[in-house]
Ligand binder design. Structure first.
Ligand SMILES: NC(=O)c1ccc[n+]([C@@H]2O[C@H](COP(=O)([O-])OP(=O)(O)OC[C@H]3O[C@@H](n4cnc5c(N)ncnc54)[C@H](OP(=O)(O)O)[C@@H]3O)[C@@H](O)[C@H]2O)c1
Length: 248
């Protein structure tokens, strides 16, 4: 059975951030997908995904040489079919936490959040988009967030995270335009997974109703279905877990 029948058979797919809550669930579902031949599961930590179709690999997304080396390890004569960037940061113990107000802004924290959430996915695009297959639908998807939508911002707060995801959305749109010039069937999109029960959201789940807090497995299945439903006009867009478009 396949959740991504619109992707070519024997697909060569890549999950970056395969150690994360959503990244691990995506890796597992892709490893069991009948259309997928190889899943490159990349993370900065050593991984132990044991499925025969999974190739565990290393990537440090804050080091461009590491991104370049990881891309070389995923390259194949027929090209890459699907890349999902599932990395991201909202908080880091004691050091990084989302700002409630402007007085909490700190340039070092902002720099780290932008480096991981916006600059790294752009550099991943730089090295992986030229590897995408030609003449068939391929997808490069980075996990964004609804709070990165400027038009949807009614509450304020979380300044660095919001702004880094808004920057990511602009970078994805710009990469999408450039990629379409050489590979018209190659799509670049941002995806919002919903609120998912992972380390990233755990400190902020108290006001989330139970039916709105997704398991990583549920979110991963939804995201793969959204990827499957994408077509040419969707290039450069941002889509939620239910397939609905999110305004920039
Ligand atoms: N969970 C939600 O409710 C939610 C909602 C909206 C959007 N998102 C987005 O979904 C994506 C995945 O989030 P998640 O919930 O799965 O979070 P998670 O479980 O915390 O996973 C985050 C992933 O990012 C990796 N990462 C973070 N900093 C890194 C760095 N400097 N270098 C390399 N890898 C790094 C982590 O690697 P390590 O394991 O090595 O730390 C991990 O694989 C993020 O972009 C997030 O913004 C999540």
């Amino acid at each position: 059975m396949s959740l991504i029948p619109s992707i070519a058979d024997n697909a060569n797919v890549v999950v970056i951030g395969a150690s994360g809550g959503i990244g691990a669930a995506l890796t597992e579902q892709l490893a069991n997908d009948s259309r997928v031949a190889v899943v490159h599961a990349l993370a900065r930590a050593d991984l132990e995904h044991t499925s025969p179709s999974v190739k565990n690999g290393h990537i440090d997304i804050t080091d461009e040489q590491s991104i370049q080396a990881a891309a070389a390890g995923c390259a194949a004569p027929a090209g890459v079919d699907l890349v999902i960037v599932a990395t991201g940061v909202l908080h880091r113990s004691g050091e990084v936490r989302p700002e409630k107000r402007m007085l909490e802004l700190d340039a070092r924290v902002m720099g780290e959040v932008f480096a991981i959430n916006a600059i790294a996915p752009a550099l991943i695009g730089k090295h992986f988009l030229p590897l995408m297959g030609r003449g068939r639908k391929t997808v490069f998807a980075a996990l964004s967030a609804r709070v990165g939508s400027i038009s949807d911002n009614r509450l304020g707060g979380w300044l660095s995270y919001r702004a880094s995801k808004a920057a990511l959305n602009m970078l994805l749109k710009t990469l999408a335009i450039e990629q379409s010039r050489t590979r018209p069937d190659s799509l670049v999109v941002g995806l919002h997974p919903g609120t998912v029960d992972t380390d990233l959201s755990r400190p902020f789940q108290q006001n989330v109703p139970g039916d709105k807090l997704f398991t990583p497995a549920f979110a991963a299945g939804c995201l793969l279905r959204v990827i499957d439903g994408l077509s040419g006009p969707d290039n450069g867009g941002i889509f939620a877990w239910d397939g609905k478009s999110i305004d920039y």
